[in-house]
Design a protein. Structure first.
Lengths: 311, 316
């Protein structure tokens, strides 16, 4: 568990781990004990009490039970999207870096095309028309974030492949596949873990927004759905949104901070810089600083000084 | 320069093509087609076939795609099969709500995020700098609809701002129209601003660690003078690209915000058409949004190329 200790060294990592633990315990709890059926209607707008810890909503459904059961949806979407993004990103990123020049370049070009598309709008259409299952959402978020991850990884893999020990391995007859497994994958693993954690947060937000809009299937309660049902009454009953909102924010914040903490733990260059800025969420997902500039406008070496600025 | 433009234009054209194929394919993947929606539940197979033939749905997919593209290239993005109105005719009226929302929220976000981000970077080890950065972190974790709900709960009553709808006369009722856009603008600006703030902060920090900043300090400039004379221009380069990239996510945000505040804009129209399964109109609207996003992405890249001399040299 050395990575836990390394992550806990930074402030963001510590908070991230705690929030993650709360999130996971909520899910575990929902399988052990839920006070009421989250869809059972009763007395409306009850405040916090021993019977209803978080009160009840406009239909008299118990909010605590909804929060417990809703956590499952968020966890599922987070894990599924992160896994899909990881597989898509690593596969595309490694292949586009190790294949011969023309093929690799075309693949990289195609990745750029996909990144430019407004994927969240496409995801909305897809989910809306398919009467959104969780698998559809996870696929939409996972694939679109995976493409962004692929672009980040391609540059990293190319960097690893240029190192001397790779040349040495190559010279001694090591196959490409073995080089990738022994040298490339371990080198890019920290980046993948960090990005995947940020993608999980993005997935939770996206699912919550879609449930809130009511385009997701209503068969199981989720945090977004609960908040969507509370929304028309928010001026009269603002207190009811507090707990569902807190749990939702805690989960996304947890994944975001965990990602930042993991980055600090795995990237010693950033440790002393005190940046802690973390990945930058963008249109399609989460990019590190270097990937935000379009790859065609390739990032210049940072040591270059700019002519004419220092008169 | 020429090579860069050719490559970037090629990317734009290819992306537009891929977008059109994806949009077209997505809507063909959906179980049940437009004919089923129009015909309703009690219908004979013969009647269904007649409707399909009328709509041209029985033709090969490739022919349907080229028909659609032929229309798009002449400015016809399709029409609603349910109401008969065209995508482009409705868009003008919807953009009167959506465009001011997009523009004003971007301006508000920039006006707050840039100074605060620079400040947070300058004072990164002080309590206020860390606090600002934490607010940015929190702002990213809070979904937009939640920001909207909190603003409605806190401000709608006390500031007397409308939290629902848009005046029917539109901008003819200027005062009411403006007031009804205040809370939506603040919501979108908060979400954008949080991301921008973090970005401005990290970009400024990068610049602060550069050698030329140390040289400027050694020349006798103060930290603030050095930053204003040499740092900000460099720090602004990645920020420009983020504003462009954010636009795509802004459209997703528009759908949510217009739904919460019940604004008759492009987002609400799209959501309603999805609900009505108005396939042709959804297809046209999404393609149009994609075109806007892709073209702006292109312009941002070109602008950046012109701003940053290093990129010009690197592309040779």
């Amino acid at each position: 568990m050395s990575w836990v200790r390394a992550t806990a060294r930074s402030w963001s990592g510590r908070v991230g781990l705690v929030l993650m633990a709360v999130f996971l315990m909520t899910v575990v709890m929902s399988y052990i004990w839920v006070p009421y059926d989250p869809r059972r209607v009763g007395e409306r707008w009850l405040g916090m009490s021993v019977d209803h810890w978080f009160g009840t909503d406009a239909a008299g459904k118990d909010l605590f039970s909804q929060v417990l059961v809703g956590a499952r949806v968020s966890l599922f979407v987070a894990v599924a999207s992160a896994l899909i993004a990881g597989v898509v990103g690593v596969t595309l990123g490694v292949i586009s870096a190790i294949t011969p020049r023309v093929l690799g370049e075309s693949l990289a070009y195609f990745i750029d095309v996909l990144i430019a598309l407004p994927t969240l709008v496409l995801a909305l259409v897809l989910v809306g028309l398919f009467k959104g299952s969780l698998v559809t959402v996870s696929l939409a978020i996972g694939v679109s974030s995976g493409v962004v991850l692929a672009r980040i990884l391609r540059a990293e893999v190319a960097g690893v492949l240029a190192r001397d020990y790779i040349l040495a391995a190559h010279a001694s007859g090591t196959s490409t596949w073995r080089t990738v497994r022994r040298h490339v994958l371990p080198n890019i693993a920290p980046i993948v873990i960090v990005q995947v954690s940020l993608i999980a947060a993005l997935a939770i937000l996206a699912e919550a927004a879609l449930s809130f809009l009511g385009v997701m299937s209503r068969s199981r309660p989720s945090w977004g759905q609960t908040l969507g049902e509370l929304q028309p009454h928010v001026t009269l009953h603002p207190g009811a949104i507090v707990f569902p909102a807190l749990f939702l924010v805690a989960a996304t914040l947890g994944f975001n901070l965990l990602g930042d903490g993991l980055r600090d733990a795995t990237d010693p260059r950033l440790r002393s810089g005190g940046r802690g800025a973390g990945g930058q969420p963008t249109a399609t997902g989460v990019l590190p600083d270097t990937a935000v500039v379009s790859p065609l406008v390739a990032a210049p070496p940072t040591t270059t000084t700019i002519a004419g600025t220092d008169r | 320069m020429a090579w860069f433009l050719v490559r970037r234009l090629g990317l734009l054209v290819l992306a537009l093509f891929v977008a059109s194929v994806i949009v077209f394919a997505l809507l063909r993947l959906v179980p049940g087609d437009l004919a089923v929606v129009i015909a309703g539940t009690e219908v004979t197979p013969e009647r269904l076939a007649t409707i399909r033939a009328e709509l041209g749905l029985d033709r090969p997919l490739l022919a349907q795609y080229f028909d659609w593209m032929g229309g798009v290239l002449t400015g016809d993005f399709g029409r609603s099969a349910l109401t008969g109105s065209t995508v482009t005719s409705q868009l003008g009226e919807k953009l009167a709500v959506t465009a001011p929302l997009v523009i004003s929220s971007t301006i508000v976000a920039l006006a707050f995020a840039v100074p605060l981000g620079v400040y947070a970077a300058m004072r990164r080890n002080k309590a206020d700098g860390v606090g600002l950065s934490a607010i940015g972190q929190l702002g990213i974790a809070v979904p937009q609809f939640l920001v909207a709900m909190i603003l409605i709960a806190l401000l709608a009553g006390s500031w007397g701002l409308p939290s629902q709808g848009f005046p029917r006369q539109g901008w003819d009722e200027f005062g009411r129209a403006t007031r009804s856009l205040v809370l939506p603008t603040l919501t979108l600006a908060a979400a954008q601003g949080a991301i921008l703030l973090r970005f401005v902060r990290s970009s400024t920090l990068d610049v602060l660690n550069q050698d030329y900043m140390r040289t400027a300090r050694a020349k006798g400039l103060t930290r603030v003078e050095a930053l204003f004379a040499h740092g900000l221009r460099n720090a602004s380069i990645p920020v420009v690209s983020v504003v462009g990239v954010q636009l795509a996510s802004l459209f997703a945000g528009i759908v949510v915000i217009e739904s919460v505040f019940n604004l008759p804009g492009v987002g609400q129209m799209l959501l309603r058409d999805i609900g009505n399964r108005d396939f042709d109109k959804v297809q046209g609207t999404v393609l149009l949004i994609s075109v806007v996003v892709l073209v702006i992405g292109f312009l941002v890249d070109v602008a950046q190329f012109l701003i940053d001399p290093r990129l010009r040299d690197g592309a040779r």
